[in-house]
Design a protein around this ligand. Structure first.
Ligand code: GAL
Length: 676
C-alpha cells in the first residue's frame, strides 16, 4: 500500500470508462433487500420503462451478506444479479463496508470511533468505524474478497463502488488504534522528534515532546489545541481513510483487474478527504451532490461541485453517483424540487462532464431513517409527476448519447486546497469574517454569472494551460505552491489574489517578515498590519466600490495602485493593486467585494487575460462540451421566461435543425450539436 504524503500536483487524466453501452449511464442506488421479491420484478420493469441501465447495489448489505462472522449468504444477491442482467441492466457492485454488522460491533468494540470530546459512538447507524482498527480493515477485506470472488466473472458487473462517502458523517476518530497509527504516521513524516517539535512549534506553551508516545491525537482540551498538530491529524485521517479504500480496492483488483473501481466523493461538501490525493487512486471519479434546498443560488453551487468533480478527474468524464429527484430528509426544511428542476440539475452535471447520472435511490424506503427522502420511484408509485419526469429524463439522456466522452475546456482556474480549508477554519484567526468557502463561492458565482467555464486546481498543479488563476482567500500556501504561482505569473499568467492569502506554510507557521510571505514577490507588496473591520462596517474605495469585513495596511514595492481606501482604518492606503511581473500580472484585492463591485473588477481582469465573458442572459447557463470534431452547446434556462440564444446545428432534445437562433423555453434545457 503506498500513498503520497502530500497532495499530488496534478490529477490524472485517464479516460477510463465502463464497458457496455456507448451512451450515457442512467440509474441509481437500489436496495432490494428492503423489499419482497415480487417488488423486485415490478422495479425492474419500471427501470426498463425509464431507460435505466446502471444500478448500485449492496451498499449497506453487509449484515445480510455475512450474517455471522465468516458465514456468507449470497442467495438474494445472486438472484438480483440474475434478474438485473436478464433485463439488460448493468451493476455497480458496492462493498458494504460503510455499515459493519451488529456482530462486528459486539465482537470488536474497540473499533468504535471516539469523538474529539471523548464520546465513544454506538452502532445502529452507518458510516463510522475507526479507520485505523485492524479488525475493521481485516473484516472489510474479507467481505470484499468474497464479493470479488463470487461476481468477478458476472457479465452484469461493470463497476465497483467501494464503501460509501468516506469521511461522512464524521471522519476523525480519537480511539486508541487511531492514536497509535497517528504516531506511526508522524514518525514517517518527520523521522525525528526534533523535526516534529520544530514543525509543530512546540516551544509555544512548552509543548515539547521527548518521546513519541507522549503525543496524543489533538483532542478537545482546555484551550485551543496546537494547530500544526491538528492540521497533521486531518492529513493523517484523510490518509487513514484512503488506506481503507486502497485495502479493499487492491483485493478487488486481484479478481477483476479490468473492471473500474471507484468510491463516491462529496466534492465541495466533505472536507475530510483530501480529494486531490484520492482522485489518483480511483479509476473513475464519482461524486454525490445534494442541493442546499433553501438557497436560491443552489444551482450555482451545484455547478461549482460539478466543476470540482471534473477537475478532480483531470477533465475526464466522471460519474454523478447520487443526487435527488426531490427533497432530501436531513436539512432543516426539506424543500421539494419543482417540475423541471431535477432535469435541469441532471443536465448541468452532464454539461460539466458527468457521463453517468444516478440518483439516491431507485425506490423510496418505507422504513429506516430515510423514509422521507425522495426517490426515482416515490412511495406514491408510478402515477406521479416525479416518476413521469424520471422517465422523461431517461429519454432525454437517450437523445444525448453523442455527448459521451466529450470534454469541457476552461481557461480559468480557481485554486482549491483542502489543506488550506483545514488550516483556515481553526480558531483564533484575525476575524470571524474570514471564510475560504465564502470567497470561493463569491468568485465562482461571479464567473458563473458571466458564463465563464472554470476548472479547479491545486496550487501546486501545472497551471500553464490557464489564462487566469484565482486564489480566493488561500491562507495556507506552502513553498512549492508559492514557487508555482510565482512562476506561473512570471511566464505570462494572470493571477488574482484576495485577502488573507499566502500567510502560512504547510505547518501553519507564519512566513518570516511581513505578510503575505508566500506571495509578496509576485504581488509586489507587503502588508505590515491586517486591519479587519467591525461587523457590518463598510469602507469606500476611490473607484466608488464598497468593501466589508477586511482591509490591510499595504506598502507597495513594484505593484501599481488601482484604487485606494477613502475611509476606514486603511484610509489613504492601497485597496486594489496590480503587479506586472515577468510576462504576466498579479492583482491583489484587500477587501471583501461582492455583487457588481466584484463582477466589474473581474470583468477588467478577464479582459486583460483575453477571456471572453458575456453576462448570462436572464439566467441561461451555458456550457460547451467538445471533441476534436464536435461541439455541444448546453443552454439551461433557469428563468421563468423563454429565451433565445445564438446557435446553429442540431438541437438534440427536440431533434430539430437550428439556424442562427435557438429558443430555450422557460425552465428547460437545449443542447445544440455542431461539427467543427
Ligand atoms: C448520501 C448517502 C446515501 C443517502 C443520501 C441521502 O450522502 O450516500 O446513502 O443517505 O445521502 O441524501
Amino acid at each position: 500500500m503506498s500513498i503520497h504524503t502530500t497532495s499530488p500536483a496534478s490529477p490524472p487524466t485517464t479516460d477510463r470508462w465502463l464497458k457496455g453501452t456507448t451512451g450515457l449511464r442512467y440509474g441509481g442506488d437500489y436496495n432490494p433487500e428492503q423489499w419482497p421479491r415480487e417488488t423486485w420484478l415490478e422495479d425492474i420493469a419500471l427501470m426498463k420503462q425509464a431507460g435505466i441501465n446502471l444500478v448500485s447495489i449492496a451498499i449497506f448489505a453487509w449484515g445480510i451478506l455475512e450474517p455471522r462472522e465468516g458465514e456468507y449468504d449470497f442467495s438474494q444477491l445472486d438472484d438480483i444479479f440474475g434478474l438485473l442482467h436478464e433485463a439488460g441492466i448493468d451493476i455497480d457492485l458496492a462493498t458494504p463496508t460503510a455499515a459493519p454488522p451488529a456482530w462486528f460491533w459486539k465482537k470488536y468494540p474497540d473499533s468504535r470511533p471516539v469523538t474529539r470530546d471523548g464520546i465513544t459512538l454506538g452502532n445502529g447507524s452507518r458510516g463510522m468505524v475507526s479507520p485505523s482498527s485492524p479488525d475493521y480493515r481485516r473484516a472489510a477485506a474479507a467481505i470484499t474478497e468474497q464479493l470479488a470472488r463470487r461476481y468477478a466473472n458476472h457479465p452484469a458487473l461493470v463497476l465497483w463502488h467501494v464503501h460509501n462517502e468516506y469521511g461522512a458523517p464524521i471522519s476523525d476518530s480519537y480511539d486508541d488504534h487511531s492514536v497509535a497509527a497517528f504516531r506511526m504516521w508522524l514518525q514517517k513524516r518527520y523521522a525525528t522528534l526534533d523535526t516534529l517539535n520544530e514543525k509543530w512549534g512546540t516551544t509555544f506553551w512548552g509543548q515539547v515532546y521527548g518521546e513519541w508516545d507522549e503525543i496524543d491525537a489533538p483532542r478537545q482540551s482546555a484551550s485551543v489545541t496546537n494547530q500544526a498538530q491538528r492540521l497533521d491529524f486531518h492529513r493523517f485521517t484523510s490518509d487513514a481513510l484512503l488506506e481503507c479504500y486502497i485495502n479493499e480496492r487492491d483485493v478487488i483488483r486481484r479478481f477483476t483487474p479490468d473492471i473500474p473501481v471507484t468510491t463516491n466523493f462529496m466534492a465541495t461538501n466533505c472536507l475530510s478527504p483530501d480529494y486531490w490525493k484520492w482522485a489518483r487512486e480511483v479509476d473513475i471519479v464519482a461524486n454525490d451532490h445534494y442541493l442546499v434546498a433553501e438557497r436560491a443560488d443552489n444551482h450555482v453551487l451545484l455547478a461549482m461541485d460539478a466543476d470540482l468533480s471534473r477537475s478532480l478527474a483531470g477533465g475526464a468524464p466522471w460519474i454523478l453517483m447520487e443526487h435527488s429527484t426531490g427533497a432530501v430528509n436531513w436539512q432543516p426544511r426539506n424543500i421539494a424540487k419543482r417540475a423541471g428542476e431535477m432535469a435541469r440539475n441532471s443536465l448541468s452535471h452532464l454539461a460539466r462532464g458527468a457521463d453517468a447520472i444516478l440518483f439516491f435511490q431507485f425506490r423510496a424506503s418505507r422504513f429506516g431513517v430515510e423514509k422521507f427522502h425522495s426517490a426515482m420511484l416515490p412511495h406514491a408509485g408510478a402515477e406521479t409527476r416525479v416518476w413521469r419526469e424520471v422517465v422523461a429524463l431517461g429519454e432525454t439522456l437517450g437523445s444525448l448519447e453523442a455527448v459521451r466522452g466529450s470534454r469541457v475546456q476552461a481557461r480559468v482556474a480557481l485554486l482549491w486546497d483542502t489543506e488550506s480549508f483545514w488550516a483556515q477554519d481553526f480558531e483564533w484567526r484575525p476575524s470571524a469574517e474570514l471564510g475560504h468557502r465564502e470567497r470561493l463561492e463569491a468568485f465562482y458565482t461571479a464567473l458563473w454569472n458571466r458564463n465563464v467555464s472554470v476548472d479547479f486546481a491545486h496550487p501546486t498543479a501545472d497551471l500553464t494551460g490557464y489564462a487566469l488563476v484565482v486564489a480566493p482567500s488561500l491562507y495556507l500556501v506552502g513553498p512549492a505552491a508559492s514557487e508555482n504561482l510565482t512562476g506561473y505569473v512570471r511566464d505570462g499568467g494572470h493571477l488574482v489574489v484576495s485577502y488573507f492569502s499566502g500567510i502560512v506554510d504547510e505547518n501553519d507557521t507564519v512566513y518570516a517578515g511581513a505578510a503575505p510571505g508566500a506571495l509578496r514577490e509576485v504581488l509586489g507588496l507587503t502588508i505590515p498590519e491586517f486591519l479587519p473591520l467591525h461587523e457590518n462596517e463598510t469602507v469606500t474605495l476611490s473607484d466608488s466600490r464598497t468593501g466589508t469585513a477586511w482591509t490591510d495596511d499595504i506598502e507597495v514595492s513594484t505593484a501599481e495602485v488601482l484604487a485606494r481606501y477613502v475611509d476606514g482604518p486603511a484610509a489613504g492606503g492601497p485597496a486594489l493593486t496590480r503587479n506586472v511581473y515577468g510576462a504576466g500580472s498579479a492583482w491583489y484585492i484587500s477587501t471583501k467585494l461582492t455583487g457588481t463591485d466584484l463582477d466589474s473588477l473581474l470583468l477588467d481582469v478577464l479582459n486583460t487575460a483575453g477571456i471572453e465573458a458575456a453576462r448570462s442572459i436572464d439566467g441561461v447557463e451555458t456550457i460547451i462540451r467538445s471533441t476534436d470534431t464536435d461541439e455541444f452547446l448546453f443552454l439551461i434556462n433557469h428563468s421563468d421566461a423563454d429565451q433565445s440564444w445564438p446557435a446553429s446545428g442540431t438541437e438534440l432534445l427536440t431533434n430539430t435543425a437550428v439556424d442562427g437562433t435557438v429558443l430555450v423555453p422557460a425552465g428547460l434545457t437545449r443542447v445544440v450539436h455542431s461539427t467543427l
